[in-house]
Write a protein that binds this ligand. Structure first.
Ligand code: ATP
Length: 202
């Protein structure tokens, strides 16, 4: 891989939508949310350490993670959240770097929702931010998840403010229109990233 792009954006901004399209255009995409789910799935590497830290009750009868219970535990308790993150983050990072080393594409896209919040920019050469106004974020997340407006607003408030995220981006893609409206910018970014990657790896 000649170039590593970190892709971030607020909840429901369209990170997955953009990453899926870049993958179709030829990018190597690594999604840290997907890694996190795999690590906590049946037989995932994070399951045993989580059960050690949170007790055997954190697993359901079939041995899988009781995600609802874990969510309640860390929601109510910042120390528990920090403990969970101290288990998950190093495993996610190691898996991400392992997958990155195995990619054969010109450039890589690392989807990292809380990129700035967790200070993971060091793995990337550039940062691409998917940007939408808060009103659109709220509408799309409510439609997808059934969360209330208050719940979505609370999550948005826990993330880096939109202005600051945008200010720290190298590149930005506006997802406030229809999906098809993303296409010109997607092609532009894909071409630019491919060019930089090829130049750098010569
Ligand atoms: P999360 O942070 O929750 O993982 P995300 O940033 O990956 O979300 P997506 O899952 O790509 O965002 O998009 C959020 C929701 O909005 C999804 O239901 C998606 O189908 C929808 N969506 C994305 N882009 C558009 C668009 N341009 N027009 C309409 N709906 C869209």
């Amino acid at each position: 891989v000649g170039l590593v792009v970190a892709l971030t954006g607020g909840i429901g901004s369209g990170k997955t939508t953009v990453a899926d399209r870049l993958a179709e255009l030829g990018a190597g995409v690594i999604d840290t949310d997907e890694i996190s789910r795999a690590l906590t799935a049946r037989d995932g590497a994070a399951l045993a350490p989580i059960a050690d830290a949170f007790g055997p009750d954190i697993r359901l009868a079939d041995g899988t993670l009781d995600r609802a219970r874990l969510r309640r535990r860390v929601f109510a308790d910042p120390a528990a959240r920090a403990q969970l993150e101290s288990i998950l983050h190093p495993l996610i990072e190691a898996t991400m770097l392992e997958r990155l080393a195995a990619l054969q594409t010109d450039y890589a896209v690392l989807v990292i929702p809380l990129l700035f919040e967790t200070g993971q920019q060091r793995h990337a050469d550039r940062v691409l931010v998917v940007d939408v106004p808060e009103s659109i974020q709220i509408a799309r997340v409510m439609e997808r998840s059934g969360l209330s407006e208050t719940e979505v607003r609370r999550i948005i408030a826990s993330q880096i403010p939109r202005q600051e995220r945008n200010a720290r981006a190298d590149d930005r893609i506006d997802n406030s229109g229809e999906r098809v409206d993303l296409e010109p910018r997607l092609h532009e970014l894909h071409t630019a990233y491919t060019q930089i990657a090829v130049k750098r790896s010569r």
